[in-house]
Design a protein around this ligand. Structure first.
Ligand code: DGL
Length: 274
């Protein structure tokens, strides 16, 4: 491929959660090609150390570079919290995460100045959302809560299950008591549980899905770098490729329940080799 504008965007996550970001990129910049990697053999990242997540992320970036991507989106809050800064220093390609776009929108939209952040242990423990929001608006209060079971419930497909609702009540009661007016879904798996979170938090709370803002940031970045694809809609080619580190079949079924159309190409690779 000679024209860099026609190269794909590399997107990665620890598993299927990043598909909520892919869905937004497909909606907002449909002319872009995507190469997605889901580290399904090594999920979850949320309970792993920063060193491990950086090591995994470096391997994935090396793999994505073999697919000639023009830019990378870390569609995982944990990897964004732990590895984005390191990768930005090391890489000769533009790379963005999901945290800053989500934090920025919450800081803008809060009406009562009480923002809640839910995410993995890693993301919450890094305080990356709190620190960034406070750098933008020091007067705002930020409450953080790790909700680790949400990842398994989302991967299990129990998006609207009574068990998920019971777990959500247990995790989110604290956010209700704090009267948060804006709640950041700070893990890319959580938008799958959005209706359950909505039910527990109530209609008046603003739920922020950072994926939406991330797709906007990506579009702005591509424009600034003059890398926007002029259109891939040639019928003979498949603009979306998916790679995983564990069973491709399981991933494919899951992806087809999330994405707006069925995906055809999913391949399993040995990520440790990169
Ligand atoms: N999707 C990942 C995130 O946004 C979390 C899942 C995991 O723990 O691997 O943080």
């Amino acid at each position: 491929m000679n024209d860099i504008r026609e190269a794909p965007i590399g997107v990665f996550d620890s598993g299927v959660g990043g598909l909520t970001v892919v869905r937004e990129i497909m909606r907002q910049i449909p002319q872009e090609r995507i190469v997605y990697f889901g580290d399904t053999a090594r999920v979850p990242y949320g309970t792993k150390s920063q060193d491990t997540v950086i090591r995994y992320s470096r391997q994935i970036v090396r793999f994505l570079k073999t697919r000639n991507v023009k830019a990378i989106v870390i569609a995982c809050n944990t990897a964004s919290a732990y590895a984005l800064e390191t990768l930005q220093k090391e890489l000769d390609l533009p790379i963005i995460g999901v945290v800053k776009p989500g934090a920025r929108v919450a800081a803008q939209e809060t009406t009562g100045g009480n923002i809640g952040v839910i995410g993995t242990e890693g993301t919450v423990g890094s305080h990356i959302y709190r620190d960034y929001i406070k750098s933008l608006r020091p007067e705002v209060q930020v409450f953080e809560k790790a909700c680790p079971l949400f990842v398994s419930l989302a991967e299990e497909g129990w998006w609207k299950d009574p068990i998920t609702e019971a777990v959500a009540w247990r995790y989110l009661q604290e956010m209700k008591d704090r009267r948060v007016d804006t709640l950041i879904l700070g893990c890319t798996h959580y938008p799958l549980l959005r209706s359950t979170v909505r039910k527990v938090m109530g209609e008046e709370v603003n739920l922020v899905n950072p994926a939406y803002q991330t797709a906007i940031s990506l579009r702005e970045l591509l424009r600034a770098e003059q890398m926007e694809n002029q259109g891939h809609n040639k019928k003979e080619e498949n603009p979306y490729e998916f790679f995983v580190s564990d069973s491709a079949e399981r991933f494919k079924t899951f992806a087809n329940s999330i994405l707006p159309f069925d995906i055809t190409s999913t391949r399993q690779i040995q990520i440790e080799e990169f």
